[in-house]
Design a protein around this ligand. Structure first.
Ligand SMILES: Nc1ncnc2c1ncn2[C@@H]1O[C@H](COP(=O)(O)OP(=O)(O)O)[C@@H](O)[C@H]1O
Ligand SMILES: [Mg+2]
Length: 223
């Protein structure tokens, strides 16, 4: 279970002060799909980054199974991120000079999954995402939808507890995007992975267990 309690984040830049997150509180059970919506600049990326410990809130807490992950030491936070988190971004997720199989190898290597277990996991992931036989393909040879499928496969390769996806369908046509998110929601549900997706796509909202609407860093509504 993940629980946010009064999370606040202020950015100070040349443009002045921006309250990117203001008193955000909610919780999500393991295996739940949470969708974050809101206009550009509403705080979606900042919220995902805080949950992913890439950004630290100014105040508030983010509890994962009872531990406030914002208060972990730098070393423990890095390990937590490596072991328990998966990330998918809008585009450009794959390293272009590595093959599909080599891209998938990354999180497995970092988590000590090697040899036969690694080869088996890569095969299983490719089958799950309908990309068997793509091991030796380079990212440039993939369609947008295929690239994002590999990006999702890589993000869940090490079976993280939490998967964070920042506008993962923004570069896809709506039916490809919808299919991809459907697959992720059902996979995460099966594995007990808590899934957070930031999106503009209204069509995806029906797939979520929870929809959180952000406006100017505040939670507007929770469904
Ligand atoms: N590193 C930063 N420095 C200054 N301002 C930032 C930074 N990151 C985000 N912001 C500002 O915080 C607000 C929320 O941004 P963001 O979380 O990226 O929104 P969204 O993902 O919903 O478009 C915006 O006003 C943005 O300009
Ligand atoms: Mg964003």
């Amino acid at each position: 279970m993940i629980r946010l309690q009064s999370v606040c984040k202020l950015f100070i830049s040349g443009r002045g002060h921006v309250q990117a997150l203001s008193e955000i509180s909610f919780m999500a059970e393991n295996g739940q799909g949470v969708i974050l919506v809101g206009r550009s600049g509403s705080g979606k990326t900042t919220l995902l980054n805080c949950i992913g410990t890439l950004e630290l809130p100014d105040s508030g807490a983010i509890y994962y199974n009872g531990t406030d992950i914002c208060r972990l030491s730098l070393r423990r936070r890095t390990l937590f991120r490596r072991q328990e988190m998966g990330f998918v971004f809008q585009a450009g997720n794959l390293l272009p000079w590595l093959t599909v199989a080599e891209n998938l190898q990354f999180p497995l290597e970092l988590n000590g999954i090697r040899g036969k277990a690694q080869r088996g996991r890569i095969e299983e992931l490719l089958a799950t995402f309908g990309l068997t036989g793509y091991e030796k393909a380079l990212p440039v040879e993939l369609s947008g939808g295929e690239s994002q499928r590999i990006a999702f496969a890589r993000a869940i390769a090490h079976e993280p507890a939490i998967l964070l996806a920042d506008e993962p369908t923004a570069s896809l046509d709506s039916s490809t995007g919808k299919q991809l998110v459907e697959l992720m929601v059902s996979l995460c549900q099966t594995k007990g992975t808590t899934l957070f997706i930031a999106t503009h796509d209204q069509e995806l909202l029906a797939m979520a267990d929870t929809v959180i609407t952000l406006k100017d860093g505040k939670m507007e509504q929770r469904i």
